[in-house]
Design a protein around this ligand. Structure first.
Ligand code: ZN
Length: 88
């Protein structure tokens, strides 16, 4: 399946899901790849103008170490399955 935003092939994830992510509100009923989801769709949902996304990503990278300390002991990557908290 082709990403409706960058036109590249949508990757198949670890669970075998090949239909990517919901691209709303950027494209109504569109499906997009993971990169476009993080760089275009999620920022749009949070109200960021597309021209500000690059600045936002640089800010996030600059604060990566602080973010790791901030979230330490709350949610660890090993507690997540496909972005959701493990139930067991
Ligand atoms: Zn894409």
């Amino acid at each position: 399946m082709e990403c409706c935003l960058c036109k590249e092939e949508i990757e198949v994830n670890e669970a075998g899901w090949a239909e990517g992510h919901n691209a709303e509100p950027v494209v109504v009923e569109g499906r997009c790849c993971t990169k476009c989801n993080y760089f275009k769709v999620l920022p749009a949902r949070m109200g960021f103008h597309p021209s500000k996304v690059k600045d936002m990503m640089f800010d996030l990278m600059m604060y990566e170490e602080e973010a790791k300390k901030f979230f330490k002991g709350e949610i660890e990557e090993k507690d997540l399955v496909y972005g959701k908290l493990r139930k067991d």
